[in-house]
Design a protein around this ligand. Structure first.
Ligand code: G3P
Length: 238
């Protein structure tokens, strides 16, 4: 169901990668609003444990202070996650601590939010999980679309439920500095996922670089450009 409310902020693209070249390229296009990383994405670029914080710093330097950069904690207990989160938050002011939706993660989120550290609650699949994340003070909630599709469920329908359920309430009192919670449509596998996420009123779509490129282009755009250039040649030779 489309959302007709005008939100305080406009829909945004985040890049879902740890690859610096991709981030530099996407940032140069002028429309990038943030970056999300996860342990898999960091492993994919051959990331080393002792370089993780430096790598997050490099991403923050590329995108600048206005773009949130999510860095995930892989700790499993609330105290460890909080410790991890505090360290990650020291890297740069725009670091957002990414924490999985689980009991220990919720408790850590509450603690970090109370300390003014923004959290992106990840691996969120259902409305109750999203509500708990919101109540725990998460600044961002990341429902996964594609992974739901992977198990023959309807990821977009689940995202729609989360967007509408969270949109029914004002959670600003629970979040860091009373900011509006933003829903990040994650695990995006196609440009159509982005379309549907925006129609539902998701605040952000975090997309792999390959999907971002697909979002820019369309065969009719290419065909139209080709004919414009051909016709312009005629003008020049007239
Ligand atoms: O950032 C988390 C999410 O976007 C991962 O996506 O494609 O691995 O399910 P995917």
């Amino acid at each position: 169901m489309p959302v007709n409310l005008k939100k305080e902020d406009n829909v945004k693209f985040f890049l879902d990668t740890a690859d610096l070249a991709e981030i530099e390229e996407a940032a140069s296009w002028g429309a990038l609003a943030g970056v999300t990383t996860n342990p898999t994405l960091y492993a994919r670029i051959g990331g080393k444990l002792d370089d993780f914080h430096n790598h997050i710093k490099r991403i923050c330097d590329i995108v600048g202070p206005d773009c949130p950069v999510s860095a995930e904690s892989v700790a499993m207990t609330r105290d460890e996650i909080v410790r991890d989160g505090r360290e990650l938050a020291k890297i740069a002011p725009n670091v957002v601590v990414k924490i999985p939706t689980m009991v220990e993660g919720l408790a850590a989120t509450r603690q970090l939010a109370d300390e003014g550290i923004p959290v992106n609650m990840t691996l969120c699949f259902t409305v109750p999980q999203a509500i708990l994340a919101a109540r725990a003070g998460a600044r961002y909630i990341s429902p996964f679309v594609g992974r739901f599709d992977d198990i023959s469920e309807d990821g977009l329908a689940q995202l729609d439920d989360v967007v509408r359920a969270i949109g029914n309430y004002d959670f600003t009192a629970d979040t860091v500095n009373g900011e509006q919670i933003e829903i990040i449509a994650a695990s995006i596998r196609s440009a159509n996922h982005v379309t549907q996420a925006a129609l539902m009123g998701a605040d952000i779509a975090t997309v792999p670089f390959g999907i971002l490129k697909k979002c820019v282009s369309h065969p009719l755009t290419d065909r139209g450009l080709e004919s414009f250039l051909k016709d312009w040649e005629k003008v020049q030779n007239a």
